[in-house]
Design a protein around this ligand. Structure first.
Ligand SMILES: [Mn+2]
Length: 506
């Protein structure tokens, strides 16, 4: 972290390269960087290489309508600086060109040794989002250039299955902020598929595999536009007895996956992340999600990248997901306490915001956090607590004064994404942190808890629709005054807020 676009201005001859077989996100990013450099008086070439030139009609249309001067090359005289965007120098989907110095700006999982000049934000849905944030950090408004705003928006749209698989708050920021040209986006979206690709979808549906012991289906589609995977998985999910589905396609540089779920026992975003574990990234929403698993990581981890190897890997991983995950319901029966130990809550420094300072009472707001947008209504006696991990939850002032203590210490936010407050009634987003003050959660209360050695999904008493997931290393906790009330505490939060009880607790 700490990378800034202005660091690139120290170089004279600069070439921007995106991955071979560019997609819309790659084109948008090269375009964005070229514009940034041009604005600072630097001419940079934007190139890609590989076996073939762009042929997809949406990409050709994007190139033409937005005036993206990308060049297809097979040779390159070594520039002083080569910047790879939406990919990493040295990856198998990036034709290697020599350069005195290399920089990398990307959003995929790190699969190479990165140069000093790099900014890889693996949890972002698109590299366009990385550029949006880099521009913001330089004080540049993307909406002053409608071609640019349209390109970045389209990059995000296509990399996240038409926004269905968006998960990071920064992606939401770009989605909400970009003043794109709607007609262009409509035109690009509607020439997304070639006639052959429609045929691929048809064939793929014929080859659906239904698992006997678990309620899921899988389809492998021939190499095609990632967006068609979403179309196929939406259809597959509608089939009777298919509650969860996985559709994937093996591309030259990795495997694109699309996941759907219509059962509350499986969160699509969690399953996508599970399937991509160690090989790439995955995420999205409760019902729709997607991800990308990189070829280089399949090879590095010894799985191999042959079609059967990939198929077996994904099927096994799907089965393991269903077999490994235990589902528990709080509030039904008393927990057997064997294996549990007593833990005492320690005093913890937190932050809080008096909601009435943000907007007039009665205003509906959402606070955008790493975990999603959380909705509140402003009231005189509602405080927003900022937890040890940056998570935000409401608390009535009366309850607050019983379990917390005000503190004069300056407040330091622990999270990666600074929460913002959004509301149609407020206009522009407001940063939450300038309103945050310190407080201390009082310690002393105790619980029973045990460390988990497998995945457990708990439907708690306060939310019976959405489970909380605990994985190996997290804790399953039981309230001491109600042995049916079980819940999950993530390890990083547990370590910061509980310690094992030494003396007698009562
Ligand atoms: Mn991308």
């Amino acid at each position: 972290m700490g990378f800034k676009l202005s660091q690139l201005l120290d170089f004279h001859s600069i070439v921007i390269q995106c991955h071979d077989n560019p997609d819309a996100d790659a084109l948008a990013c090269g375009f964005a960087l070229q514009k940034y450099l041009a604005g600072k008086g630097k001419d940079a070439r934007f190139i890609y290489s590989g076996k073939s030139e762009i042929t997809k009609s949406n990409l050709l249309m994007m190139k033409e309508k937005l005036n993206i001067p990308v060049e297809y090359v097979t040779e390159l005289a070594p520039p002083e600086l080569l910047v790879t965007v939406d990919c990493q120098y040295g990856e198998s989907n990036v034709t290697r060109f020599e350069a005195k110095e290399v920089a990398v700006i990307d959003h995929h999982q790190v699969s190479t040794t990165l140069p000093d000049l790099s900014d890889v934000r693996s949890n972002y849905g698109s590299c366009s989002t990385v550029f949006f944030k880099l521009f913001e950090e330089e004080g540049i408004e993307i909406n002053e250039d409608q071609d640019l705003a349209t390109a970045l928006f389209y990059g995000l749209l296509t990399d996240t299955g038409g926004m269905a698989e968006i998960s990071h708050p920064s992606d939401r920021d770009l989605r909400d902020h970009a003043a794109y040209r709607p007609n262009d986006i409509l035109a690009f979206r509607n020439s997304n598929l070639s006639r052959d690709e429609l045929q691929i979808a048809g064939e793929a549906l014929e080859n659906a595999v239904y698992e006997e012991y678990h309620p899921y289906g899988i389809i492998e589609a021939r190499p095609c536009d990632p967006n068609i995977l979403g179309v196929i998985s939406d259809m597959l999910l509608e089939v009777e007895k298919v509650d969860v589905c996985l559709v994937y396609s093996i591309l030259s540089f990795g495997v694109k996956i699309s996941v759907r779920s219509c059962t509350k026992n499986v969160k699509a975003n969690e399953l996508a992340a599970y399937l991509a574990e160690g090989l790439g990234g995955g995420g999205g929403h409760l019902t729709k999600a997607g991800g990308f698993l990189q070829k280089d990581l399949f090879v590095k981890t010894g799985i191999g990248f042959e079609q059967e190897k990939i198929r077996d890997y994904l099927r096994e991983k799907m089965n393991r997901y269903f077999e490994e995950s235990e589902i528990r319901y709080a509030g039904r029966e008393k927990e057997d306490l064997s294996g549990y130990r007593k833990f005492v809550k320690t005093e913890t420094k937190l932050g809080y915001v008096d909601s009435s300072k943000l907007a007039p009472c009665g205003t509906g707001i959402h606070v955008r956090t790493l975990e999603g947008d959380v909705d509140f209504t402003i009231a005189d006696d509602i405080y927003l607590i900022i937890g040890v991990d940056g998570e935000i939850y409401p608390c009535r002032k009366e309850k607050f004064e019983k379990s917390y203590r005000y503190s004069d210490e300056p407040y330091h936010y622990p999270g990666e994404y600074e929460p913002v407050v959004l509301s149609s009634e407020l206009g522009d987003p407001i940063k939450l942190l300038p309103y945050a003050k310190s407080c201390v959660a009082l310690g002393g209360s105790w619980i029973y808890a045990k460390e988990l050695d497998h995945r457990v999904k708990v439907f708690t008493t306060w939310d019976t629709e959405k489970y909380y997931l605990g994985v190996k290393g997290d804790y399953l906790a039981v309230r001491n005054d109600d042995l049916t009330d079980i819940y999950i505490i993530a390890r990083r939060i547990f370590d910061k807020t509980y310690k094992e009880a030494t003396g007698e607790t009562s």
